[in-house]
Design a protein around this ligand. Sequence first.
Ligand SMILES: [Cu+2]
Length: 572
Amino acid sequence: MVIDSGAKGCGRLTRSDRDERANREAGTGRQEGGGRGRRKVFLPEGFSVICPPVPASQRKSASSSVTELAMPTAMAVFLTCFSCLLWLASAAPIGPPDLYRCKPRSPCCLPSPTSPPTPFSRNTSTPVRTRRALQNVLQDTTYLTALRTAYDRLRELSRSSPDDPRGFFQQSNLHCAFCLTSDLSYGNEFNMHGNWYFLPWHRMLLYYHERILGWAAGVPDLALPFWNWDNEAGRGFPAPYDDSGSSLHAEARRAAPERQREIERSVTREMMRTDVVLTDHWHPAMGNEREGGTLETGGHNWIHLAVGRESDRREMGDLQYAANDPIFYTHHANVDRLWEVWLGRDLRPGRGDRRNPSSADFLDSRFTFFDENAMAKVIAVSDVLQLTNLRYSYERVSHDWIQPEDRTPAPQWAPLMGGSGEAPLQQSVKFRAVAHGTGNPNLVIADIKSPYPKSAPASVQSAGVVPMLRFFNIRHHLDKTLELHIFVNEPKANADTPRSGNPKYVQGHAFLPEGTLHKFCLSVSIGPALERLNLTLISNFTVQVVRGMEFEVLPGRLSIEFIDYIISPSGM
Ligand SMILES: [Cu+2]
């Protein structure tokens, strides 16, 4: 285990993460050097890593499973971690990757472009495609035949011309090259999971994949279908993808009954409402440069895990292989559609911050794909934020998880503090709590104190501001699927604590093996839970994070360093 004395964040693998992994693989380590000159200290396996390292005098026993810090230490850490914030502020747009320079160890290098990549340009002569719900195309044999033909031909192309970037396995390689193995392919900054690039990057992937399908089938306006797994009408596994004789089929999936059980268990109406409707701010919904949002760690990850086989971690259950299963593309079409639903201005108007991030670091980041002519194209995040720019749309479907009150405007609230003669809240207010253990290796709790004095107007509920919990440096010692459940004021929470219908249950998150599991942060909107429990913004409360045990019963050990309680004015 390595302690990195440099400021270090979550999500994207840093160079020292890579060194750590390489050392692990090699069974050796260097005492110093690497990682931009940072000094490293090796500790026994199992000691939690924090930013910055805990002074020796503060260390618990080396076998301690959960980091526990005294408040003065927490304050010192908070001040020192200011450098993390500076690092974030100085982040820059990324990309595009240099496809001519794949790292030799990568298992999924892409073919080198035959001519230099050219920029994406909006082409109004491209046919407009409508992506339809799979449950609505089951009788459309012409459409399904074209879709099957397209995948037949892409699979055939992979056999006849393995280096053609349009072939089925090179398309899958595109995903592989920019997921876990990104640190081996084109540089660790190009990890398209666990950060705010997740949504736009996968939108780009689908956009070019769909054009390639149309080319392969000879049907220029052929559109991907979407697997409408969030709604009762579409939750069943789509039959056309379950026909073992079809090019839409993949072997490495869970058996049908188990798969369906997992879908029913994990993708509930409550979950959809919490993740999409009640998550009001782009940061917890879409993530940031170092964190995945609920649109990734919610339904997206749950469906990957429900379909993919845990036993051999192939196809949907492992990001590296996920796009080897054609269901991947139709699953991601639904994730892409839910991004649009989340942005929907008719959801809780007047409340929250339903827009895409406006940072240039996000908008100007660029990536490379191959089009239907096998030409490399560079495309920016800002190119893909309007579906009209990409000339496709989604068939409208009803959402049985959106409640009527979710569409009514939020009441006008007095600005926080404004009522007491103080200046209205202009910037985020933050309280940092140290997370600690309870003796249960799968439970971490934190005591959250309100950052407001008791003189603040107690009647001001969470509406009008966005209270958020931010979990720092979640670590788990198993490189396995991780399921986390968050509760408020549920001191005895465990994996069996009822979640459905439990007002104290906030949200569940799933993390796929590898890529996002080493050390990561998470942000959660907590306003709706505070309202349900009649807690005001001046209330103190406790937060429990439980490791779910359903996927694999293994001795878990969960640690979280800090939990920030952040209250931001709506619209920030
Ligand atoms: Cu992906």
